[in-house]
Design a protein around this ligand. Structure first.
Ligand code: F6R
Length: 586
């Protein structure tokens, strides 16, 4: 999603700003821009498209020591040059992440004061509103402190004021913003990835805080304009250099990282007897799991494990639904929020709501010190390293792994699993997916079916396939198909059926026979302990069975199948159209 970078310091800054926004590319974007002071004026270069194309229009040797940059993922108005950030209105030039919910109302008001708007964006309205406030009181800090009284929604913004070529101004509410500090250089960013090449020292801005930053230092004020001292954090994690390491795509690289990550995680907890360091879920009467997309899907798998091993009812809720529904949670409930980025707007709000109800909250998060990591009562880092491909793979598998570990915390897990799972994953890597991918890559519709845990895995499999290959893929509980959807099954319609759970395999097999009888092209993804007749499927992916880890093995198979289908179609696998890595708007 949108990414912000700002720089002020003693050095020429355009290269740093471009490197910063490149580091945020992985979040997904459709347009890009920079603005900087040159002599006494502000120059803006922006366009729809990729950073590498904009870079050709920018002379990075230009003498400028203060500037801002942005990657935009369109929300209000199509991807276009005029809608790209930075936006300028009179004396104010800014980049913005978030959504101004009442922008229409403010726009109408500003038009009455003589403002004219060129773009369709809420950001231009924010820019004009700051200009309006500044024109009244001639004081940037005071103007920024007044935003909270008017603006509904979220904003993280980095601002240049044409009256002041020495300072950058920042303010945030809802959306994340950090300030990296090094000797005489300050970098503002929406994400640690953008500053890490320059400095590991940074602070996290809290809501309604305002900053004024120059090459000589900075001041942060709270919303009452009192100067406050912020803690400087040191980013001590190893941040992987963003590189494909010889793989064709980040997605493939990340799928191949799963073996090592899963092995390391299991070794850490099992070889050191540390399972008990994880929170004890058995003390709760009921558990809610909230998340979006694949994180929600991981929660479904977690539900299966927690209910089966701990005997506690688990309700998995899509975070954007949880926010607006009647809730029955209280101080005896546990709410687990799952999020790779830790910055998904709906999941953040779900945690805030859970806290209002006094429920205990646990974040299962990948990104260090992200918002969900900070606001949850307890955080479990999955330590998957940076995930660059927009479609999550390694983070999903580690989310599932942590949910399995939580559900088995009290029962314990045999250490032999560590070597076994690693060998099993390698077997899954060795399966040839390419030929099968070719057979389905020209299809318009594909169905996925499964029962129980296999239904939950199939949901994730279908999401993976549709998001990167653009093939319409729908997932059904196997027994549900004949209640309507079976009418869509025609000669050759691919139906990918997942069976890893022996206990109910015969039931799914009956459902497979029903679609096969109607001409479906059946691809069976199953574990090697499932006995099936050859005539019920057309193609088969067999993954090793494991009492505990079968779901992870089958999902890796489904991830690889989706990857090769998308590759066969020539899709932009790491950056599928319209999608963003981190969804910071509701
Ligand atoms: C799908 C995918 C998304 C994310 C979802 C939540 O491959 O990546 O569905 O899972 O946007 O993101 P996080 O986990 O960052 O909260």
């Amino acid at each position: 999603m949108c990414g912000i970078v700002g720089y002020v310091g003693k050095k020429n800054c355009l290269k740093t700003i471009i490197d910063g926004i490149k580091a945020l590319e992985y979040r997904g974007y459709d347009s890009v821009g920079v603005a900087y002071f040159r002599d006494d004026d502000i120059s803006i270069i922006k366009d729809k498209g990729r950073i590498m194309d904009l870079e050709k229009k920018i002379d990075t040797n230009i003498e400028t020591k203060i500037g801002i940059g942005h990657t935009r993922w369109a929300t209000h108005g199509e991807p276009s040059k005029v809608n790209a950030h930075p936006h300028r209105v009179n004396k104010i030039t800014l980049v913005h992440n978030g959504i101004i919910e009442n922008y229409d109302e403010i726009r109408t008001e500003l038009i009455k004061y003589g403002y004219e708007f060129k773009s369709d964006t809420d950001t231009e309205v924010l820019c004009a509103y700051i200009d309006y406030l500044y024109s009244k009181n001639n004081d940037m800090i005071k103007s920024l402190s007044m935003l909270k009284d008017k603006i509904k929604g979220s904003y993280a913004t980095c601002i240049l004021c044409s009256d002041d070529k020495e300072h950058l101004y920042i303010v945030k509410k809802g959306s994340p913003l950090i300030l990296g500090t090094s000797n005489d250089e300050y970098i503002i960013a929406s994400d640690i990835a953008a500053i890490i090449d320059k400095t590991k020292r940074y602070m996290i801005l809290d809501d309604d805080e305002i900053g004024i930053i120059s090459g000589n230092g900075y001041e942060i004020c709270d919303s009452d304009l009192k100067v406050i001292k912020k803690d400087i954090l040191t980013f001590d994690k190893n941040i992987d250099k963003i590189s494909k390491d010889g793989y064709d795509h980040f997605m493939l690289k990340e799928i191949y990282e799963e073996d090592d990550l899963i092995k390391k995680t299991l070794s850490y907890y099992l070889n050191n007897d540390l399972l008990k360091d994880l929170p004890d879920l058995s003390k709760y009467k009921e558990i809610y799991i909230v998340g979006c997309g694949s994180a929600y899907n991981a929660g479904l798998v977690g539900k299966y494990y927690i209910e089966n091993y701990l005997n506690i009812p688990v309700y998995v809720e899509i975070a954007s639904e949880f926010r607006y529904k009647k809730l029955f949670i209280n101080d005896e409930s546990l709410v687990i929020a799952i999020s790779q980025s830790g910055e998904t707007a709906d999941t953040i709000e779900a945690v805030n709501i859970a806290k209002k109800y006094k429920a205990k909250t646990i974040g299962i998060v990948n990104t260090y010190k992200s918002t969900i990591a900070r606001i949850s009562d307890e955080v479990i880092y999955i330590n998957a390293g940076i995930e660059v491909a927009v479609a999550t793979t390694k983070a999903y598998s580690l989310q599932v792994l942590y949910l399995i570990l939580l559900s088995l915390r009290n029962k314990g897990i045999d250490k032999n699993i560590i070597n076994k799972i690693s060998n099993d994953i390698k077997e899954v890597y060795e399966i040839d997916y390419k030929e099968l991918a070719k057979k389905i890559s020209n299809k318009e519709h594909i169905f996925f079916i499964g029962r129980g845990i296999d239904y939950y895995l199939a949901i994730e499999g279908s999401l993976k396939l549709k998001e990167i290959s653009y093939i319409h893929a729908e997932c059904y509980a196997a027994g549900e198909l004949k209640h309507g959807t079976i009418s869509l099954i025609d000669k050759g319609t691919p139906v990918i059926s997942v069976i890893t759970n022996k206990d109910i395999s015969s039931k799914t097999i009956s459902n497979i026979k029903e679609v096969k009888a109607r001409g479906a092209y059946v691809i069976l993804v199953c574990t090697d302990d499932i006995v099936v007749d050859k005539d019920i499927y057309d193609d088969i992916i067999i993954v090793p069975s494991d009492e505990v880890m079968s779901p992870i093995l089958s999902i890796i198979g489904l991830q690889l199948l989706s990857y090769y289908v998308a590759k066969d179609k020539g899709c932009d696998i790491d950056k599928p159209r319209n999608l963003a890595k981190s969804v910071t708007v509701e």
